[in-house]
Design a protein around this ligand. Sequence first.
Ligand code: TNX
Length: 529
Amino acid sequence: MRQHHRTLRLLGSLLLVATGVSATGAAPARPAPSTPLDRVVPAPASVAPGGSPYRITPDTHIRVDDSGEARRVGEYLAAVLRPSTGYRLPVTTRGGGGIRLRLAKGPFGAEGYRLDSGRKGVTLTAAEPAGLFHGVQTLRQLLPAAVEKDSVQPGPWLVAGGTIKDTPRYGWRGAMLDVSRHFFTVDQVKRYIDQLALYKINKLHLHLSDDQGWRIAIDSWPRLATYRGSTQVGGGPGGHYTKADYQEIVRYASSRYLEVVPEIDMPGHTNAALASYAELNCDGVAPALYTGTEVGFSSLCVGKEITYDFVDDVIRELAALTPGAYLHIGGDEAHSTSHEDYVKFMDRVQPIVAGYGKTVIGWHQLTGATPAKGALAQYWGLDGTGAEEKERVAAAARGGTGIILSPADRIYLDMKYTADTPLGLDWAGLVEVKRSYDWDPGDYLPGAPASAVRGVEAPLWTETISKSADIEYMAFPRLAGVAELGWSPAATHDWDAYKVRLAAQGPRWEALGIGYYRSPQVPWPAQRG
Ligand code: TNX
């Protein structure tokens, strides 16, 4: 009898596995099987499937080490799992089987983790809480997509057996949000942070100022925010972050293990500042507020001393709000600043950043001046960018400037997917999902040593983007590919395998209420309901 049962059970699980292969949307007659251990984005560094799956049940506990941060990651996981499973999932430091989050020495680095899954439980091990957090994101993807819903779902909640060992390729896996062209509220930014965290993105770069808006309160220059926060592209009401708002964003990001990198774009892209304070203009006349989308027409007055008082005040106040190591000073498209003035300006401003204990980041035009020691340059050229410009950046890289790769015709999330994409721009070309994924940051910039590349970052400029649904439609699915370029070993890079893993994200996004672009390049399962 026992034997018979076991045979039946075996047959049952074989059946489950069999139906699982064709998870193409036709409602399965049986509950979904466990997700294969390697169906994760970004692809883990190594996956060894095997052994029995673990099943989360009403008795599962989430056991954590007795550390505040480990407990917080445990509570975060519980908050993901409770609504859909309907289970209590107490977070405990003693006893209780099931899911375990352990901090331990090991070959994990600052962000890596190991996941062991078997009949008795799932254990995540990491050297740092960030690793546990990233491991939790992997665990989410191993559970059925319905786990992301906010109402009780039937389950069962199986995690395939085996081991994942995972560490990132790059320490810089960023996303930039332009809150200047259109303003986004603290809640909208938090929503994006949660989405970035799903894919182990660890930097949130906020483009806080531009011609169309100044979005951060600066006490010593209050009109920046109150006057120049007051509108946006198209003439809408705009807005700005108070210091408390901004600190709330920083705190929330850090609870998701993202570092916020604030950018004040200078010396161009500064109409917002120039409009707020007449004295910052060379001719002493404040220009009108600007709500269009042209670039390259504004410049701080490089010859005036007050310019540097202004920059010092802004950088001091911003540095005080920034626990992270970096301040981004822009430096792109300074078409209204002479080359000589640009170099002079950067020579004066970079030491100010260092003086407040921060490391400079600039758009790659900074390499046309003299990047400070330790500075990072963010490359936003195209495949077709001239050899001379690429070589200037590569030479800086050889000289020690770190490079963040944001090639516009690959990972600018504001580029249209196709000519029919209702949002976005196309100056860098049309960027379908495959094009966005199919390149290697390691050998992208000719002549730049691979060791100079710190990672990748996907900017989202918002001339045409004004609500969360717009952000999501442009970011998904491309953002997942950028995350994979930043996290996964080059050896895992393979479009045909990637598109299958990517397709499995579709139902997760649907469960999370993320409206994404259903690219015909990706074999999405049929949509339900
Ligand atoms: C170029 S990329 C810009 C931005 C625009 C963007 C639109 C860069 C550093 N500057 O000012 O918003 O193109 O795609």
